[in-house]
Design a protein around this ligand. Structure first.
Ligand SMILES: [Zn+2]
Ligand SMILES: [Zn+2]
Length: 144
């Protein structure tokens, strides 16, 4: 289990970057770090309500905005859900493999893929502002 370790790294990154990791934000990122699959905003809200029955959707969305904007969390567009980033606190493009059997999300960073997209976009004189690459399939552990 690397859960506490990851959370420590995130706390350190926040301190270094001068970001305010409020208790709510810390709870949300802790919940996502502990999960190997992505979680919806609704699941996060339910989790928060276990310790804080008054938690409301805007609380969750504000915390997710902060975490996404600062590179701690990625949004999985195809399932409208969220995963903790593996590179604590650096904003970057990422690609994902999503297992359709267990929902595990694996983040990877392929400069080759990004470069191919850029080249294709150039042919159409298209400027990419956000790159979303999500491949669905079956992960290693679900195959065996
Ligand atoms: Zn990432
Ligand atoms: Zn799987």
């Amino acid at each position: 289990m690397t859960t506490n370790h990851s959370l420590d790294l995130i706390k350190q990154a926040c301190t270094k970057l001068g970001l305010n990791l409020t208790p709510i934000r810390e709870k949300v990122i802790g919940y996502l770090v502990a999960a190997s699959e992505s979680r919806t905003a609704y699941q996060i809200l339910e989790f928060l309500q276990q310790s804080d029955p008054g938690a409301k959707p805007p609380t969750v969305y504000r915390a997710l905005d902060f975490l996404c904007m600062n590179g701690f969390v990625h949004r999985i567009e195809s399932s409208n859900s969220f995963v903790a980033c593996e590179l604590e606190g650096q904003v970057h493009m990422a690609q994902f493999f999503i297992c359709q059997a267990c929902n595990q999300v694996t983040e990877f960073h392929s400069h080759k893929l990004s470069k191919i997209l850029e080249e294709e976009a150039a042919l159409f004189d298209f400027s990419i502002q956000q790159e979303i690459l999500e491949a669905k399939g079956i992960c290693k552990s679900c195959k065996s």
